[in-house]
Structures are given as structure tokens and as C-alpha cells.
Design a protein around this ligand. Structure first.
Ligand SMILES: C[C@](O)(CO)[C@H](O)COP(=O)(O)OP(=O)(O)OC[C@H]1O[C@@H](n2ccc(N)nc2=O)[C@H](O)[C@@H]1O
Ligand SMILES: Nc1ncnc2c1ncn2[C@@H]1O[C@H](COP(=O)(O)OP(=O)(O)OP(=O)(O)O)[C@@H](O)[C@H]1O
Length: 274
């Protein structure tokens, strides 16, 4: 039986507006989500077993509740999975959700039917967007997905090695009812338009995340200080921040400079995937 290997790209919330809260405590969001050309790899074959390899493996001991295994069980189980872990764990770029979505895609390629939308959402609020794999405006608690066209561009992702718990950040929010993004979104034909739009919008989780992990402010400042950085902001519930760059050379130089200045931080340059 062939092995199916799927890329699990980092998810980046260019904007993240918290617009309300449901009865069950989950928050309503309005978020412009893109993907980056850096991520984990999930390999699935028939058999049994689960192993985690790669540069971030030490921070994710294999366990039965890993999102790869939960996703595989939702499609019948009975497979062996290897997760090549590149993305920092609990870092606001959807690593676990990306892995779950990659597992679902791999099993679908093996001929199994995808679970229904509700089951996919139950794996994690970010799993539907990761399964879509394209730039979207994400609404609801993560189930509303409207495709958005984004221009070519580069990103630098930087994580200070501090795990931030998503529920703690939501709990630390001051205001749970904030304005959404405009409808419709403006056209985003080039990086200048994208940067101007994102700069006019927010990540409502940034302030509570910085209150819990002040180093996030240093990460953002380090990115903003790099030549060619057009805008720096936090993704998701943190602690990873992203910088937007027009081209590959300036993005790669920025990632190198940040790694040299802060050897304990994780930094990666990658194209923005529409
Ligand atoms: C903050 C985001 O990263 C933005 O893309 C996601 O909404 C979080 O997605 P995720 O990590 O897949 O989230 P889940 O694993 O489903 O939920 C973790 C916890 O985050 C909180 N949570 C998550 C999503 C949401 N719309 N409202 C919430 O309040 C809940 O306390 C939940 O128990
Ligand atoms: N495959 C996986 N990769 C990373 N974390 C996983 C995985 N499976 C389960 N987890 C658990 O999920 C928690 C959240 O990790 P994850 O990396 O998905 O967070 P995140 O990047 O903040 O996600 P999001 O941006 O969706 O909030 C971790 O503390 C970890 O214990």
C-alpha cells in the first residue's frame, strides 16, 4: 500500500476580530486567513503506530490525543502515521489543526470519505480553514469560509519559544463584542493594498496575549525593525508573529538576522500561499 504524504502549511491570521460569544463559550470571529509555505508533513500508510520526527518533535511527545490520531479515527482509523513536526507547538499558526487537516486529506486520497462538516469542526476550530487550504475570510467560530484573492508576497514567521494557551488568551479578553471587518472586503490586488487593509484592521487577541506573554511585543518589534518589513502583527492567539515582505530576498535576510540576534527563537521566511 502506498504512503500518502501531505503538507500541513502554517495558518496565519492576517486579521482576527472577535465579534461576539456563543452560549457554549466559543467566540465568534471574523478573520482574514492565509497560509505560508512552511509547515509540517504528515505521512499515512496502512498499519498501526504513530511517531513524531523533525525539529520540533521533542516538544510533542506522541500521544493518543494528537490531532493526527483524532483526525484518523474520525475516518475509521487503522493507519500508521508519521508526523514531521516543523512548526512550533501551541503557537497561533494552527500546527495541530494543520496536521489534522493534512491527515484527513491523506486518508481521502486513500479513498476514504471525508467526515461531515460538524465532525471536522469538532476536531478544532481551525481545522475547516486548514482543510480548505486557501486564503479565506473565516467567520462563525471557524466554520464560515469565503474565498479571498490575495496577491503574491512573502512572510517571516517568528516564535519566541513560549507556548501560549488559546483558551487562556480568549479568557483574558477585555471586550468580546468588537466590530467585524468591512463587507465586502476591499480588492487586494497587490501587497500595497493588502498591507494598507491589514494595517486598518486588528487582531483582538494581541493585547491579551501580550499581557500573558510580554515577549510577544519584543517579537513584533524585532520583525518591524527589519529592512523591507511592511507590517508586523501577531497570528491567532500567539505567540507567533508575522511580518509581511514584498520579496524573497528581504524576507530571508530578515529571518536570518532574527535567528542570529535571538538564537532561542524560531524564525522562517516563506511565500504567502493564496
Ligand atoms: C484563535 C484561532 O487560532 C483563530 O484562527 C482559532 O480560533 C483557534 O482554533 P483551535 O486552536 O483549533 O481551537 P480549538 O482547539 O477548537 O479550541 C481551543 C479553545 O479556544 C477557545 N476558542 C476557540 C475557537 C473559537 N472560535 N472560540 C474560542 O473561544 C475555546 O476556549 C476552546 O476551548
Ligand atoms: N499534531 C499536533 N501538533 C501540535 N499540537 C498538537 C498536535 N496534536 C495535539 N496537539 C496539542 O494541541 C495544543 C495546541 O497546539 P497547536 O500547535 O495546534 O496550537 P496553535 O498553533 O495555537 O493553534 P491555533 O492557531 O489553531 O490556536 C498543543 O498544546 C498540543 O498539546
Amino acid at each position: 500500500m502506498a504512503t500518502e504524504t501531505e503538507f500541513a502549511p502554517a495558518k496565519v491570521n492576517l486579521t482576527l476580530h472577535v465579534t461576539g460569544r456563543r452560549q457554549d463559550g466559543y467566540h465568534l470571529l471574523d478573520s482574514l486567513v492565509v497560509f505560508a509555505g512552511v509547515g509540517d508533513r504528515v505521512s499515512v500508510t496502512t498499519g498501526e503506530g504513530f511517531s513524531v520526527t523533525g525539529p520540533q518533535a521533542a516538544l510533542l511527545p506522541p500521544s493518543d490525543d494528537n490531532l493526527c490520531l483524532r483526525a484518523a479515527r474520525a475516518m475509521g482509523g487503522g493507519v500508521a502515521i508519521t508526523l514531521d513536526k516543523v512548526l512550533p507547538v501551541a503557537s497561533g499558526i494552527g500546527g495541530g489543526s494543520a496536521d489534522a487537516a493534512a491527515t484527513l486529506r491523506a486518508l481521502a486520497r486513500m479513498g476514504r470519505p471525508l467526515p461531515d462538516a460538524e465532525t471536522v469542526l469538532k476536531l478544532g476550530a481551525d481545522v475547516p480553514v486548514c482543510l480548505s487550504g486557501h486564503a479565506v475570510r473565516m467567520t462563525g467560530v471557524g466554520e464560515g469560509l469565503a474565498p479571498v484573492s490575495v496577491p503574491p508576497g512573502w512572510m517571516v514567521l517568528v516564535n519566541p519559544g513560549v507556548a501560549v494557551s488559546t483558551p487562556s488568551v480568549f479568557r483574558a479578553l477585555d471586550r468580546r463584542e468588537n466590530p467585524p471587518m468591512p463587507t465586502p472586503l476591499p480588492p487586494l490586488p497587490d501587497m500595497a493594498a493588502l498591507v494598507a487593509f491589514v494595517a486598518s484592521q486588528r487582531n483582538d487577541l494581541e493585547a491579551p496575549a501580550i499581557a500573558l506573554a510580554p515577549v510577544i511585543a519584543d517579537v513584533k518589534a524585532a520583525l518591524a525593525a527589519q529592512d523591507g518589513c511592511l507590517l508586523a502583527r501577531m497570528s491567532g492567539s500567539g505567540a507567533t508573529c508575522f511580518g509581511l515582505f514584498a520579496g524573497q530576498a528581504s524576507a530571508e535576510a530578515a529571518a536570518r538576522a532574527i535567528r542570529a540576534a535571538q538564537p532561542g527563537w524560531w524564525a522562517a521566511a516563506a511565500p504567502m500561499l493564496g
